[in-house]
Design a protein around this ligand. Structure first.
Ligand code: PLP
Length: 370
């Protein structure tokens, strides 16, 4: 399977093993140690001045801790983009709260500001309570319309958790994704733009909240020589080994963004628009192009195309199936039309790995066009 073209395989930079070896040499083979602080410092420096970062075991864990710190409890409602991966909204249910799903807008595929406003107003009218938080996602690396979305969130005074799991390196009006919300979250799962094999991070301008996240992520131990607990804790810290991989990956993050954007440009150059339409970047947005995605022209069957490419050992995948259409979530409130559903029915994710060359892209394009 070594010559298989995957959607988004890991791409090591070279120095990852150096940091991992250091962890072995100093015996910091544990969920504490210098690589964790080093990785957090690298991320803080990369993202923005004044942000704090807690390195965690996954992006899903980061969303869970953000909800806990914002006080989300059983019976509350939390708004979430419907067009996303289930990791965005599962933690709402961990808290016993109810997800309220908002449809996409057609241009960025991200949360529609129009339906966000409609949804908030209707929830207040129906329940007498405001939703406790808004989880909005920058899907496939494409920045959401942050100005519009944040102004609605501020108007109703609802905190924002920005799910930037797919958008590390993307910017909106020159500011890095993940630094706009009250909290931002990142993922370093194996398929993301950089990886720690598995991992995530919580980002905030509030140093106090990040300290609280580190405390909760290490079983909420009170300062005492014995094990003393006055809160429920979690085992959500990143290991010092994984953080070593992360430090090596941070050295090549900017290259990975350029390479993914290059792969997208090659698709744009070679793909006939009579076949597929590639998503456009709004003028104030800079996408890391985590995945190159496209919509099929009418009459083309996405599943037929997927099977055809699979025969040549090329991995493609439908776009995310909206959460409000998932069997486990389809009883929850939803505000929108049919935008995300239509995207799911007509879209495709193309191989987008940062190690791909132009000849790989041409191979995919030739098969798609044949
Ligand atoms: C990957 C991903 C997550 C979850 O991250 P994990 O590290 O896999 O838990 C959350 N949201 C989105 C949009 C993702 O793509």
């Amino acid at each position: 399977m070594s010559n298989r073209l995957y959607l988004s395989p890991p791409h090591m930079g070279g120095r990852e093993q150096f940091f991992v070896q250091q962890a072995f040499d100093t015996n910091w083979v544990s969920p504490a140690g210098p690589n964790i602080q080093g990785f957090e410092a690298d991320l803080e420096q990369y993202l923005a001045e004044g942000v704090s970062v807690a390195a965690l075991s996954s992006g899903t864990a980061a969303i869970h801790l953000a909800l806990i710190i914002l006080g989300v409890k059983a019976g509350d409602e939390v708004i979430c983009s419907t067009f996303t991966f289930s990791g965005s909204c599962n933690p709402i249910v961990y808290q016993g709260a109810t997800p309220v799903f908002i449809d996409s807008e057609a241009d960025t595929w991200n949360m529609s500001p129009e339906f966000l406003r409609i949804g908030i107003k209707d929830r207040i009218a129906k329940t007498g309570n405001k939703p406790k938080a808004i989880i909005l996602v920058h899907l496939y690396g494409m920045p959401s319309k942050m100005e519009e979305l944040l102004s609605i969130a501020r108007e109703f005074e609802i905190p924002v958790i920005e799910d930037a799991a797919e958008a590390l390196g993307s910017t909106y009006k020159g500011q890095k994704c993940g630094t706009f919300g009250d909290f931002g979250i990142l993922s370093f799962n194996g398929n993301k733009i950089i990886t720690t094999s598995g991992g995530g991070a919580l980002v905030s301008k509030s140093h106090q909240w990040i300290e609280k996240a580190r405390f909760l992520a290490t079983q909420a131990r009170d300062p005492a020589p014995h094990y003393q607990h006055s809160e429920i804790g979690y085992n959500y810290r990143l290991s010092n080994i994984s953080a070593g991989i992360g430090r090596g990956q941070m050295e090549v993050l900017d290259d990975r963004v350029s390479q993914r954007r290059q792969v997208f440009m090659w698709y744009k150059m070679h793909l006939p628009s009579t076949l597929l339409t590639l998503s456009e970047e709004p003028s104030d947005a800079y996408s890391n192009r985590w995945l190159s995605t496209a919509l099929l022209q009418k009459g083309l069957n996405p599943e037929e195309l997927r099977q055809k490419l699979e025969k040549s050992n090329i991995e493609t995948r439908p776009l995310w199936k909206p959460m409000h259409l998932q069997p486990v979530f389809n009883k929850h409130p939803y505000y929108g039309g049919g935008v995300s559903k239509e995207l799911f029915n007509t879209g495709i994710c193309l191989p987008s790995g940062s190690a791909m060359g132009q000849e790989d892209v041409k191979k995919v394009v030739d098969l798609l066009s044949s």
